[in-house]
Design a binder for this molecule. Sequence first.
Ligand code: PGA
Length: 256
Amino acid sequence: MHMRKTIIAGNWKMNLTPAQGIVLVSQVWDAIKDTDLTDRKVVFAPPMVSIVPVADKMKNMPNISVAAQNVSSHTSGAYTGETSAQMLAASGAQWAIIGHSERRAYYNETNVELALKVSCSLVENITPIYCCGESLIERNKGTYKACVERQITAGIFHLSPDQISKIAIAYEPVWAIGTGETATPAQAQAMHGFIRDLIASKYGTQIANGISILYGGSMKPGNAKDLLTMADIDGGLIGGASLKAADFIAIIKETL
Ligand code: PGA
């Protein structure tokens, strides 16, 4: 057994109004409130406009917290449309998804910019969930380890040992996101082990063994157990299935 926290995070992406989000949170809470969630974290990442109402709703729900889906790489100023880490923290967000593949692909977020986002979040005591993962082309070419190594070294290896101990990582192969195709437990485990070894090579095994690495990409009730029982898979970052209360609840229950 390791001492890592199990994290089940729902990434709602651009779905659900604030009112719909609150309903979903209540449904999930009702189903899990009587279970022992020690060493587990359930995280909801709603759109920005829902962070305040969702965080408010969760005030008396221990082990459940809110994540932003993005954070600015700047602290304040003339950046129209952006939201700073300080604002997110003040709104109740305790986590931030950083470097999701959709942000990398559609908004051209680079590893350099993501490194700044990670640092800005940590200053405000927001836990980054730093995402990495290769495309289908990189998987087929056999360059997927090099891709993930680049994302990890450029995005988080500027951190001090103390800082990196505070983050979580999500491995999300792009070819498995929203496609219904999941990495096999063995494929995912191989990459999680690779990521942990990379961290160990710079920060030592004790720090590497303490960092939760989540798997993301078409995780659902039917495959969650097989993925979550792998040695280096410490939770899930769940898109589609996190929008359906029954599915998200079933995945959480696989960790109990
Ligand atoms: P998915 O999305 O579960 O719908 O594949 C995962 C993610 O993008 O975080």
